[in-house]
Design a protein around this ligand. Structure first.
Ligand SMILES: [Zn+2]
Ligand SMILES: [Zn+2]
Length: 189
């Protein structure tokens, strides 16, 4: 479990480069900034929807939300729907998981839409990208493929050993469930 962000392993956590010098909410400088395309309600009641670089504190405490959050909230709902839960538990879990998601920066960068795998009534932790081709083959061979839900058999096109590696290894993101130790991967090109 990540020490800074629960859903991102520390070694997979990336800070923004020096082009970004201050947090878009608190405007403090000289602290680690993370990618977060989002919005929040300012003190005067207006909505600032032009956030990109935020510090840890603002991500966790300022009630920020992701720009296209409805997409992933739908994925959370779909997952909970498939879990055979009572209405009450479903609603509580939806709140908890949505809250966790809103307090997590956009890491990894999903090229198409946010799609963190869900497992054991929780959101899995991002563990990083494959290091090289052998690592890619090993992981995509043994990890569970996720695309808005668990896909029982990985599509043949994503059998990279046969089809060749994707253009960038960062198109593949790997995740781990801390409850049952299952590993997942996503692929967005
Ligand atoms: Zn800040
Ligand atoms: Zn699990």
């Amino acid at each position: 479990m990540g020490q800074i962000f629960e859903l991102i392993a520390d070694q997979a956590l990336e800070t923004l480069d020096s082009y970004y010098t201050e947090c878009h909410i608190c405007e403090r400088e000289n602290l680690d900034l993370y990618t977060y395309q989002g919005k929040y309600v300012m003190k005067n009641g207006e909505i600032d929807d032009d956030l990109y670089a935020l510090c840890e504190e603002c991500i966790k405490n300022k009630g920020v939300s992701h720009i296209c959050d409805f997409q992933y909230i739908k994925t959370i709902e779909g997952y909970l729907e498939s879990e055979n839960l009572g209405e009450n538990e479903k609603e509580i879990l939806k709140q908890q998981l949505t809250d966790k998601y809103q307090k997590t920066p956009d890491i990894p960068i999903f090229l198409q839409y946010t799609d963190r795998p869900l497992c054991c009534k929780d959101i899995t932790e991002f563990k990083g990208y494959p290091q090289d081709n052998p690592d890619l083959y090993q992981k995509t061979d043994s990890f569970i493929y996720w695309e808005k839900k668990t896909i029982a058999s990985t599509p043949e096109a994503y059998n990279f050993k046969n089809t060749g590696p994707p253009e960038s290894l960062r198109e593949v993101a790997t995740f781990h469930c801390k409850h049952c130790n299952k590993n997942y991967f996503t692929f967005q090109f």
